[in-house]
Design a protein around this ligand. Structure first.
Ligand code: CTP
Length: 356
């Protein structure tokens, strides 16, 4: 910031429930509107009251994932849905930023009426073709196809507010709008080209990282904190994910998964379309010092015992003595949060729908 000008702080808020590249792109755009970004994560209570939906993730989990994002300087958890000038003052920010969609309060009024009137509202472009509603539909469909026992997921007979989230008509016009991905978007998400430096310990973690959630983030953070200084994430291509997890997977395609992983501070580099088997060629090409198998997350979400795959994808790394695991409880301390899996997410969606 030039010394002649005061640093501008931006406040951007949302529910940020099932995080997708549209949310991360919103955060990226909001950050670019100032010098510092504070993100408000709307409370569970306010989300239920204004949108009539119970978030899948708790406000703490949503806050933790948002704070893992590289464009976020500060996070406020449990914020109100409507932003008035008194609240904006409290955040210490100069402006509030929101997408170009109208955000109505429970009574239909403009949630940003006061900052808008005061010239303190900044608008960025909402990202087309991606929404939580569509993702939940895809997620439930994928869960139906899971080979293993899964919760009962009958489509509702009549649409009610409790099914607000679920768009069962995947052939509708809205659902057929594809997420339009360009190389420009990819470029906007890429790191400033941080290359491994001499002295860096390169940790390789692979997996599907579908529907990126706080469990994935904890896993990545722990892999880097415990085993190295430069984190290279290998993302399986879509057909590999389908082979590992079953029909209907991945819920997010390779490019969407790439953007989500790239949005994380902890990630230094992404291998787009990684092989399931970690070969010696891969290890040598990327100078990998340590391999941490992320596919245990996939195994857990399929209800399998980790490490029971007969065709071990980490056999080479094990032979080279560079294979490491991490404790599946974040931090490994009693009372620490366990890592979330896909099954937990489906269970929550079903439970939430039944509770409403
Ligand atoms: N946002 C966006 N593009 C999307 C989805 C959301 O730019 N495809 C922006 C919203 O405009 C808002 C912020 O992300 O500024 C947080 O949105 P949030 O309240 O979490 O979600 P929704 O707007 O309800 O979107 P979705 O249904 O996808 O969760």
């Amino acid at each position: 910031v030039p010394s002649t000008r005061k640093a501008i702080s931006i406040y951007a808020d949302g529910i940020f429930d099932l995080m997708h590249s549209g949310h991360f792109n919103a955060i990226r755009q909001a950050r670019a509107m100032g010098d510092r970004l504070v993100v408000g994560v709307v409370s569970d209570e306010e989300a239920l009251q204004t949108k009539g939906i119970r978030p899948i993730y708790t406000e703490q989990e949503r806050g933790e994932l948002v704070s893992g994002c590289k464009w976020v300087d500060d996070v406020m958890v449990g914020t109100p849905y409507a932003v008035d000038m008194a609240f904006l003052e409290k955040t210490g920010c100069d402006y509030v930023a929101h997408g170009d969609d109208f955000a109505p309060c429970a009574d239909g009024s403009d949630c940003y009426a006061e900052p808008r009137a005061a010239g303190r509202l900044k608008i960025f472009k909402r990202t087309e073709g991606i929404s939580t509603t569509r993702l939940v539909s895809r997620l439930l469909m994928a869960a139906e196809n899971m080979k293993e026992e899964s919760p009962t997921l009958e489509p509702p007979t009549s649409p009610t507010t409790s099914t607000h989230y679920v768009d069962w008509s995947l052939n509708s016009d809205r659902a057929s709008k594809q997420s339009l991905m360009s190389t420009r978007r990819l470029m906007q998400f890429i790191n400033q080209g941080r290359k491994p430096q001499p002295g860096d310990t390169i940790v390789y973690v692979d997996g599907s990282f579908d529907i990126f959630h706080v469990g994935h983030l904890r896993f990545l953070q722990q892999a880097k904190a415990t085993h190295g200084t430069f984190l290279l994430v290998g993302l399986y291509d879509d057909s590999t994910v389908a082979a590992v997890k079953g029909v209907g997977f991945p819920v997010m395609n390779l490019l969407e998964r790439t953007l989500n992983v790239l949005a994380m501070k902890v990630v230094d580099e992404v291998l787009i379309g990684a092989p399931r088997k970690v070969s010696e060629y891969l290890i040598r090409t990327y100078d990998i010092h340590v391999v941490v198998g992320g596919s245990i997350l996939d195994e857990l979400s399929l209800g399998k015992q980790p490490g029971t795959d007969t065709d071990d994808p980490y056999a080479v790394a094990k032979k080279l003595g560079i294979y490491r695991t991490i404790d599946m409880r974040c931090g490994g301390e009693e009372g620490d949060e366990p890592i979330l899996t896909f099954r937990d997410i489906i269970r929550r969606i079903v439970d939430n729908r039944m509770a409403l």
